[in-house]
Design a protein around this ligand. Structure first.
Ligand code: 5GP
Ligand code: ZN
Length: 112
């Protein structure tokens, strides 16, 4: 989508600090980190949010890709959180589906 921030990052039109990439997914560091490790994992395909997602393989692949990012960032043993904020009421500000991978500190529950 031409006016989507994350599609522009996928296209290389906006720079990012890349963490991991394959044919279908990209992971890069969040510009405003909320934890010592805060990476965004996205499909290269534009899907606005979890509400519109209907591709099992894409969604499963996104979760496994986020898991691999967490492992490679050294978070697997101490723990990490994978979050998909969905719609504005849950804090979604960029309407290209993305999984936050957060770790490196203790996480509170319930989340804010
Ligand atoms: P959301 O609030 O939609 O769940 O998450 C969007 C995330 O994208 C936020 O954590 C925000 O800090 C991050 N973000 C917004 N603009 C940019 C950008 O230009 N580059 C990067 N790397 N992250 C961004
Ligand atoms: Zn997009």
């Amino acid at each position: 989508m031409s006016d989507c921030l994350f599609c522009k990052i996928v296209a290389g039109e906006i720079p990012c600090t890349k963490v991991k990439e394959d044919d279908d997914y990209l992971a890069f560091r969040d510009i405003s980190p909320q934890a010592p490790t805060h990476v965004l994992a996205i499909p290269k395909q534009h899907v606005p949010s979890l509400n519109e997602a209907d591709d099992d393989a894409m969604l499963g692949g996104l979760v496994l890709f986020a898991r691999d990012v967490a492992v490679e960032e050294g978070l697997a043993e101490d723990g990490y959180r994978v979050v998909l904020n969905t719609m504005a009421g849950a804090g979604q500000t960029v309407f290209h589906i993305h999984a936050h991978v957060l770790g490196g500190r203790a996480m509170g529950w319930p989340p804010g």
